[in-house]
Design a binder for this molecule. Structure first.
Ligand code: ATP
Length: 209
């Protein structure tokens, strides 16, 4: 079923999932597309189209059944199956991720960290053991997803090592545009560019208040 969902829709799934989970905690059993739209900042028509792929057809005056949607999302997002993640580069940003460790996603967890700094090797950060990058082959095990928080100059070399050890996906926080073979998926997040873009838009395209 999940491979019938368009990619753009699939990308919004975690957004919907998080919001619906919160509603469920609050004991809400249904939600309107307008309410959803305001919360996740996606227009109601897109939400209706997305949800039709999930087999969820909202009823006028009733909205969507929260429990049905959550059940569907859990299955689709594989919430029950834990994906272990490696973090490469235990600097300021990497340490913050280890401390945060995506505790609100119950399906992803950083289980191992790598660095080159001898003061970090052999320690644990928030319970996650840190090894030397040279031990990657020996320690990576079945981990197929990596977060990259190293200096940009090291990004290419580490990427090649990760790819050689069978990584499937990389969340790249370095400004470097890394190149990978077709079977490896890279999502690129450059925080400083995102922040600059926000400031630019605020300056040049102010929202009407
Ligand atoms: P940031 O906030 O970006 O993490 P930082 O100033 O804490 O910045 P950086 O110089 O960006 O540190 O390096 C991030 C981490 O990556 C450091 O802990 C550094 O030791 C580590 N590192 C550098 N080169 C490599 C490498 N080749 N393999 C693994 N870790 C590396």
């Amino acid at each position: 079923m999940s491979n019938k969902i368009p990619q753009a829709t699939a990308k919004r799934l975690p957004l919907y999932y998080r919001f619906l989970n919160n509603l469920n905690y609050q004991g809400k059993t249904r939600v309107s597309s307008k309410e959803l739209s305001e919360a996740v900042k996606v227009d109601p028509a897109t939400i209706r189209r997305d949800f039709s792929y999930f087999g969820a057809l909202g009823k006028k005056g009733y909205g969507y059944n929260v429990e049905y949607l959550l059940g569907f999302f859990r299955k689709t997002l594989d919430q029950d199956e834990l994906t272990e993640v490696a973090l490469i580069g235990v600097g300021n940003l990497g340490t913050a991720f280890l401390n945060y460790n995506f505790l609100r996603n119950n399906n992803t967890k950083i289980v191992i960290g790598f660095d080159t700094n001898s003061s970090k090797i052999g320690t644990e950060v928030a319970g996650v053991p840190i090894y030397h990058i040279d031990q990657l082959e020996e320690k990576l095990g079945d981990v197929r997803v990596a977060i990259l928080t190293v200096p940009a100059v090291s990004a290419d070399e580490i990427t090649n090592t990760l790819v050689a050890h069978g990584i499937d996906g990389i969340l790249n926080f370095t400004p470097a545009r890394i190149s990978v073979p077709d079977h490896v998926r890279v999502h690129h997040i450059d925080l400083s560019v995102e922040l600059q873009a926000l400031v630019y838009f605020l300056k040049h395209y102010p929202l009407h208040t």
